[in-house]
Design a binder for this molecule. Structure first.
Ligand code: ZN
Ligand code: ZN
Length: 335
């Protein structure tokens, strides 16, 4: 039977239909429920997590699915205002939610994973997930609110204090955002990345904020170490670099098992070190991130490596997966 297509009820979208199958096409507009709202997407950043799901899928990812969890956009009822979308959707009533740790809610549903995300002209989000973007922060920077919020969460979990010396493994987007969040707390920061070319891309920024990345002295000790890379050896080498009483924050999940876990635990014991985790972000972290974007955004433009159209996204997934650059941001020009 011939079915007439009604384009008013459709939007352009990038739909993940299978491994490495990202199809550009029309998708029916979903109807928001009472507690939800339709957001016209202004920009969406492509994160390495998206690229990993494109390459390998995920046990809990049901396809077809529209990816994209770093998103900002507009709503009809508030013309001229821009909102970042907190990608979480928590129950609001469990003990984690009630204690302000909504990122750990067992009922968590993530936009761009459990529900359709921002690689489309429109997405449906819970009203309570919208966080207004301050004036002066444009859409291409506002998409950094989510990764920045995760970095701020890591800095909170690490209890970074004024004058702490902080070492960050990994000088990608998250490494840089961790550095900004730490500096904002008055800490001094050093970074390590095995890829010299990648480090060079942030040279101007690091010089301005006096971030040492010139192979920090192996003897130098730090109060706080965070990993913004999945390489497992950062755990052991990071723990060795901690000053007595120092703290290691597992910010990125490890891609493998560290070689000598026994040594790591002995170090924790003898020098009273602490190991903390950091996972995702809360709405308060998103608000804090947008505040810091107002303050530091003028120096963070380099994190948006390239603005692309939605239909160009499939072609950059391989590059994003390689993790050698900063953010590729999909911009929707008619917004
Ligand atoms: Zn992400
Ligand atoms: Zn909950």
């Amino acid at each position: 039977m011939f079915v007439q297509r009604n384009h008013e009820n459709e939007m352009e979208a990038l739909i993940l239909t299978g491994k490495e199958k990202l199809e550009f096409g029309e998708r029916e507009l979903a109807v928001p429920e009472d507690h939800e709202i339709a957001v016209r997407v202004a920009a969406a950043a492509i994160c390495r997590t998206d690229a990993k799901m494109w390459r390998a899928g995920h046990r809990d990812l049901v396809m077809p699915r529209v990816l994209g969890h770093e998103v900002c956009g507009a709503i009809d009822e508030a013309p001229g205002r821009l909102f970042a979308v907190w990608p979480g959707s928590a129950c609001g009533s469990c003990s984690m939610c009630r204690s302000g740790r909504e990122n750990l809610c067992p009922e968590m549903k993530i936009t761009g994973f459990h529900r359709d995300g921002g690689f489309a002209g429109q997405l449906i989000a819970p009203r309570s997930s919208l966080v207004e973007v301050p004036k002066g922060v444009g859409a291409s920077l506002a998409v950094l609110a989510e990764p920045f919020a995760c970095a701020i969460h890591g800095v909170k979990q690490s209890s970074i204090r004024r004058a702490d010396r902080v070492l960050i493994y990994g000088a990608g987007t998250l490494g840089i955002l961790l550095a900004v969040a730490a500096i904002n707390r008055g800490a001094s920061v050093a970074m390590i990345d095995t890829n010299a070319e990648k480090l060079a891309r942030s040279a101007a920024f690091r010089n301005r904020y006096t971030i040492d990345a010139d192979k920090p002295d192996a003897q130098e000790k730090f109060e706080i170490v965070l990993n913004a890379t999945a390489s497992a050896d950062t755990l052991e080498s990071g723990i060795r670099r901690l000053a007595p009483g120092g703290r290691f924050c597992l910010f990125s999940g490890l891609g493998g098992v560290p070689e000598s876990p026994a040594t790591i635990f002995s170090e924790l014991h003898y020098r009273e070190l602490e190991l903390v985790g950091s996972y995702g972000c809360t709405r308060q972290d998103m608000r804090d991130a947008l505040g810091l974007l107002s303050r530091y955004g003028h120096d963070l433009g380099f994190l948006v490596e390239r603005a692309i159209r939605l239909d160009e996204a499939p072609a950059v997934m391989e590059t994003v997966l390689a993790g050698t650059g900063f953010r590729q941001v999909i911009e929707f020009s008619d917004k």
